[in-house]
Design a binder for this molecule. Structure first.
Ligand SMILES: [Zn+2]
Ligand SMILES: [Zn+2]
Length: 255
């Protein structure tokens, strides 16, 4: 399995990092602010099968400037295991930062990803319309990207797939009340489907209430395989191939 979106540095028990690194084929760890960006890069250097995606989360754009985007560029250029930019995007669910700032730095990071030739990791919550408007404005995306922890509607999924993006589901797809998400899931083309934990958040139903970690990705894989009626091993292979293609990580030898 490949966990396409984990916040490894946030795991409270550091043994969980080792356990996950030893159990999964690869993990993309995310750095969302200045401190976490450094931690994500460090983790990718320490473990062969850990890769970093670095950027500024919409919660973390309040006190940054264009200079920080410049620094992000330098960090990405200097480290070959930085395989994507983000997570970046819009979060209107908890409007922790003003919309204008979220939009501004979302657009800067979309531009940066293109400049660097990297895919972009998109966070969009309660912001389908504006996310789509901005993504369409900046298309095309020759290096693609992923709508991580997908939580939007069918229209956002279909239009971002048209733009060339992948759709990634996290543990919340397993929650009893997530019928709307499962309605999206059944329409996602299999060659664009990814899975993630978004750990330490959103533990799958079977581990709900616990701190999430990459080894729990199996519960999301099993759930989706059952829901879609696809053999588990086959679905694992499909999602691994998609992740390797998107993040261009097949050139690295992994476990
Ligand atoms: Zn996110
Ligand atoms: Zn995240």
């Amino acid at each position: 399995m490949i966990d396409t979106h984990a916040h490894l540095d946030m795991l409270k028990n550091k043994d969980d990092i080792l356990e996950s690194v030893n159990s999964l084929k690869a993990i993309i760890t995310i750095g969302c602010d200045k401190e976490e960006i450094n931690k994500a890069v460090e983790l990718s250097k320490r473990f062969d099968n850990v890769f970093a995606s670095i950027g500024f989360h919409p919660y973390d754009v309040n006190d940054i400037s264009d200079k920080d985007i410049e620094n992000l560029k330098t960090t990405a250029e200097k480290n070959s295991k930085v395989v994507a930019i983000g997570e970046t995007g819009l979060d209107y669910y908890r409007e922790i930062t003003p919309k204008e700032k979220q939009v501004y730095f979302f657009e800067r990071q979309l531009e940066l990803a293109k400049e660097l030739g990297l895919p972009v990791v998109i966070h969009s919550r309660s912001a389908d319309e504006d996310t789509l408007k901005i993504l369409e404005k900046h298309s095309p995306y020759p290096d693609s990207g992923v709508m991580h922890c997908f939580g939007g509607g069918v229209e956002l999924m279909e239009k971002t797939v048209e733009l060339g993006f992948y759709i990634s589901f996290a543990g919340n797809i397993t929650y009893p009340k997530a019928d709307n998400l499962r309605n999206v899931l059944k329409k996602v083309p299999l060659d664009r489907l990814l899975i993630e934990t978004d750990c330490p958040f959103l533990a799958p139903q079977k581990k709900r209430g616990k701190e999430n970690k990459p080894v729990y990705l199996i519960y999301t894989l099993e759930f989706i395989s059952e829901f879609l009626g696809i053999d588990k091993n086959q679905l694992e292979k499909i999602t691994e191939n998609n992740a390797e293609k998107l993040f261009k990580i097949n050139k690295y030898a992994t476990v």
